[in-house]
Design a binder for this molecule. Structure first.
Ligand code: GLY
Ligand code: MN
Ligand code: MN
Length: 391
């Protein structure tokens, strides 16, 4: 209860004083902006609403409506003001420098958490008080675990290292992923996958412009990834079928990005009236395609059926996750299947490339530009001597 009092501008309010403040605020307001579901505040607000009903008879405009302020505030947070842009840009620059140092610093034989220390040292020493989210420093097979953040593995020669990390600066979070070879050189198989992910990411960034719908970014990236998977021999069917049947999801099981701001997965609606929203200048989002080849899986059983991801979401919302899964399982059971094993050399490779972009008047500005990204840029950064001492 004491902690709740500190939500107020004046942390010295006792809970009783807080009730007085709320009453004073509410007695002449027909609308109370309050986000229901906020723990023990709910009871307090509804009790006051009930108590103040009587005030209407005395001529006060006491509350008749409780409205969630979320959608209003979220729309405001979705478009960066000039001052917010500068803060966000700074978070991205510091994070860029930290990723560069991580590329220099990593080498076979040291631990993931040691690279994490070098990366986060660069965050802190540049004035970032905290991370935007827990740093993912995932080497070798760990790169295939999407939210791996134990960061305890000793890195080996031949591993890739996937780092997904961003600092917070001025209350804005960066969110960068880079994947690079621990020994400084991509193998042929690693490079082949890397080039596909990079091409997909560039296609996603090209689609991030005003007037385009948010979903255009995912559609562009997904198509390039599926094309690459077909060319690698990882999928049982051609491009159009692989897309319509969503077979690429075996290797690309997440979306291509999210709003980015004060939170790493920031607030804001992705759809309006069921349609993907149109991008506008001032919005900031991530573009982060990836491919992940499970190290232990030799074959995959693919269902030969087309489906719509939108419909799947709609079902989940209307009927709940368990019922939606049952319906999906029933449909799968009716579909023919094909078993396919991809090239062995791909197993254990996990690659993601993530940048942060600000939508501008004619396209987008990559706030994380300068973080090495092409194969050459990455190998060059890996070959540099670290600025920080290694163990
Ligand atoms: N680091 C979390 C994300 O990329 O979504
Ligand atoms: Mn992200
Ligand atoms: Mn990320």
């Amino acid at each position: 209860e004491g902690a709740i009092a500190t939500y107020g501008a004046d942390a010295a309010y006792t809970i009783d004083r807080l009730d007085d403040k709320l009453r004073e605020y509410m007695v002449d307001r027909p609308v109370v902006f309050y986000r229901l579901g906020s723990g023990s505040f709910d009871g307090r607000v509804t009790r006051l609403v009930a108590e103040l009903r009587g005030a209407r008879a005395r001529g006060h405009a006491a509350p008749v409506r409780v409205e969630d302020p979320g959608p209003i505030l979220h729309e405001l947070r979705l478009r960066r003001s000039p001052a917010e842009r500068e803060r966000h840009r700074r978070a991205c620059e510091i994070s860029r420098d930290a990723h560069i140092e991580a590329m220099r610093y990593a080498r076979p034989g040291i631990y993931e958490y040691q690279v994490q220390a070098a990366l986060e040292y660069v965050f802190r020493v540049n004035g970032s008080p905290r991370n935007g989210y827990p740093s993912i420093v995932a080497s070798g097979p760990n790169a295939c675990i999407l939210h791996y953040n134990e960061n305890t593995r000793r890195m080996e020669d031949g591993d890739l290292l996937l780092i997904d990390a961003g600092c917070e600066w001025g209350y804005h979070s960066a969110d960068i992923t880079r994947t690079f070879p621990v020994n400084g050189r991509f193998t042929a198989a690693q490079r082949a996958v890397y080039e596909i992910v990079l091409k997909a990411q560039l296609a996603g960034i090209a689609a991030a412009r005003p007037g385009n719908r948010y979903e255009a970014i995912h559609a562009a990236a997904r198509r390039v990834l599926a094309e690459g998977l077909v060319a690698l021999g990882a999928l049982p069917r051609g491009l159009e079928e692989s897309l319509a049947m969503h077979h690429y999801r075996e290797f690309y099981m997440h979306g291509t990005g999210h709003w980015l701001g004060m939170d790493v997965h920031d607030v804001g609606d992705y759809k309006i009236d069921r349609a993907s929203r149109v991008l506008e200048p001032g919005m900031v989002l991530t573009v982060e395609p990836g491919l992940y080849f499970d190290p232990e899986r030799e074959t995959v059983t693919y269902h030969l059926r087309e489906y719509s991801e939108d419909e799947m979401w709609e079902r989940r919302l209307r009927y709940g996750a368990a019922a939606a899964k049952r319906m999906d399982d029933e449909e799968k059971a009716k579909a023919p299947t094909v078993v396919h094993g991809g090239p062995r050399a791909l197993r254990g490779i996990g690659i993601r490339i993530e940048d942060d972009v600000l939508i501008t008047a004619n396209g987008c500005d990559v706030l994380t530009a300068g973080t090495p990204k092409t194969v050459d840029e990455v190998e060059r950064a890996c070959a540099e001597a670290p600025r920080l001492p290694r163990p």
